[in-house]
Design a protein. Structure first.
Length: 256
């Protein structure tokens, strides 16, 4: 299967090919932040983008997300801020974090990340969505020292490599008609603050209004109009402008 001329298999093979070198960190307590602002922005034909967190860490001692040098919640939120842009005049998109788990089970570490992008028309009707998941495992060093933190950092980086590829693929597949072609300045992304490591309370609701509305290339199409849309899950995707964005490079950790 291809998505707007990009074979999915090719994207995944590229991710596997660079996994070892894209997330390595120097020895010692030096973990460069995971950033993705060098990758192409996915330009959405909406007026605003919000980030919400629906996942909370478990109380079980095998959940070790808070010990990671860069927590999965922080990495996923940064991906949304770096990769998504609002280039329309109406409607909104909501990036939802559904899973950001790092779990230790004896000698094994496992990670499971899941996100969803919901798109809403100008009247607040949910017009479509796309979901992406990533899961991997690795050896877990004993204790909670430097070697263990390094293993958490490396696993998080590899999961984010996979997530970046899968998220773009699913977005183009299911919400491709909502990708804009404008080169105007995007609206700011509204993000609810993340809870502190180990916190169990839900994050407060994100602000609703973007900081300014840029000129738009086209209005967001109403739900149900136009040709038969692509479907991921059960909701139809409303048509909008077609995308011609480039194939992304793969994410890597870059020094601040």
């Amino acid at each position: 299967m291809t998505v707007r001329g990009v074979p999915r298999r090719a994207l995944m093979l590229l991710a596997v090919a660079v996994t070892g070198c894209a997330t390595g960190a120097p020895e010692g307590e030096n973990f460069p932040p995971l950033r993705y602002n060098y990758l192409p922005v996915l330009k959405l034909n909406v007026a605003s983008i919000e980030i919400e967190n629906e996942w909370q860490p478990g109380d079980e001692p095998d959940h070790v997300e808070s010990l990671a040098p860069e927590t999965p919640l922080a990495a996923l939120r940064q991906m949304a801020k770096d990769r998504l842009g609002a280039y329309g005049t109406s409607g909104k998109a909501v990036f939802v974090i559904e899973d950001a788990s790092l779990v230790r089970d004896g000698p094994e570490l496992s990670g499971s990340f899941a996100v969803r992008l919901d798109v809403y028309s100008a009247d607040g009707t949910k017009a479509g969505f796309a979901e992406a998941r990533a899961a991997q495992s690795a050896h877990a060093p004993s204790g909670e020292g430097q070697a263990f933190r390094q293993a958490l950092y490396d696993l998080t980086g590899r999961l984010m490599n996979t997530m970046n590829v899968e998220f773009e693929y699913q977005l183009r597949r299911s919400l491709g008609d909502w990708l804009a072609q404008s080169s105007t300045t995007p609206a700011a992304i509204e993000s609810a603050p993340l809870p502190a490591p180990g916190a169990t309370g839900a994050a407060p609701a994100p602000a609703a209004a973007p900081s300014g509305t840029p000129p738009a290339p086209a209005a967001v199409p109403p739900a149900g109009a136009g040709p038969q849309p692509g479907i991921l899950g059960t909701l139809p995707v409303s048509p909008g402008p077609a995308s011609s964005g480039p194939v992304p490079l793969l994410p890597q950790a870059v020094s601040p």
